[in-house]
Design a protein around this ligand. Structure first.
Ligand SMILES: [Zn+2]
Ligand SMILES: [Zn+2]
Length: 265
């Protein structure tokens, strides 16, 4: 049974293993490589490489430190997304690296992230905090005060800091480390599901995994004027190994004129 070593300091395998173990992989966690050295959410260490590079580096280091055939690296990022500025957005990447072939397959998931940050002002009380944050169940928090910073606080622990003494400035932010953030845990599980899908999609020619949609091709014909639109017409499924590819039509036969640059400029 192939062993995968997961580089993590934050016990992530419990959200990943349920999707990879049914495929015959055994996951083992390793904290031998300090994954925080590639950047932390609380900002003590800035990430200087792309999420893909960070996940790949973690996966390669996991192989190297534990002499395993497969390494798994996980990287989350926040911000961007289709509703930029309106809601926060969480993207999770999982990189499975195979040492003997020097190849990597990435699982991916992204979606809105709802826990909010709160500024602390002179009228902030335990009650006002509870009213705003209680709905984010099991999310843990970071309390930043002028001279202290505490991480991983449960809501009860956070509220206890406001029982006897009310700080008049500072901020409360979600602790984004996986073990402290249920919404991130769901997103990591979704990325693992995507990775499992890729690991079980095989090239028709060479049988390599990750034979999935790699590209969307625009040009769906407008139902009103019959000209091509920017809507997706085809998807390209391609093999990373032998370059075999095939084109599959999108679910729609024609584009809605609402999305046509001629009919609805
Ligand atoms: Zn192939
Ligand atoms: Zn049109």
């Amino acid at each position: 049974m192939p062993h995968i070593v997961l580089a993590t300091k934050h016990q992530k395998s419990r959200w990943i293993a349920p999707y990879l173990e049914p495929l015959g992989y055994q996951i083992r966690e390793s904290d031998a490589f300090d994954t925080d050295s590639l950047g932390t959410f609380s900002g003590e260490i800035a990430r200087t490489c792309s999420p893909e590079q960070a996940a790949l580096t973690k996966a390669k280091q996991a192989c190297e430190y534990s002499n395993a055939a497969f390494g798994l690296g996980s990287e989350g990022s926040f911000g961007g997304g289709p509703y930029f500025g309106l809601v926060n957005f969480n993207t999770e990447l999982l990189c499975l690296y195979q040492r003997d072939t020097n190849t990597a397959i990435y699982g991916h998931a992204a979606g809105p992230f709802s826990p909010i940050s709160l500024p602390i002002e002179h009228h902030t009380t335990a009650q006002t905090i509870a009213e705003k944050l209680a709905k984010f169940e099991q999310q843990h928090w970071i309390l930043t005060l002028p001279h202290t910073l505490e991480k991983g606080l449960s809501l009860d622990e956070l509220l206890a800091r406001f029982t006897y003494h009310l700080p008049s400035s500072g901020k409360i932010t979600p602790d984004l480390r996986a073990m402290h953030s249920p919404e991130r845990q769901t997103m990591i599980a979704n990325a693992a599901k995507d990775l499992a899908r890729r690991l079980t999609s095989f090239c028709l020619q060479c049988k390599a995994a990750n034979f999935v949609i790699k590209k969307a091709i625009a040009g769906l014909i407008c139902s009103q004027c019959s000209l091509p639109t920017k809507q997706v017409k085809h998807h390209l499924i391609a093999c990373d190994h032998c370059q075999h590819s095939c084109v599959v039509p999108s679910n729609n036969a024609l584009a809605d004129p609402t999305y046509c640059q001629i009919c609805n400029p």
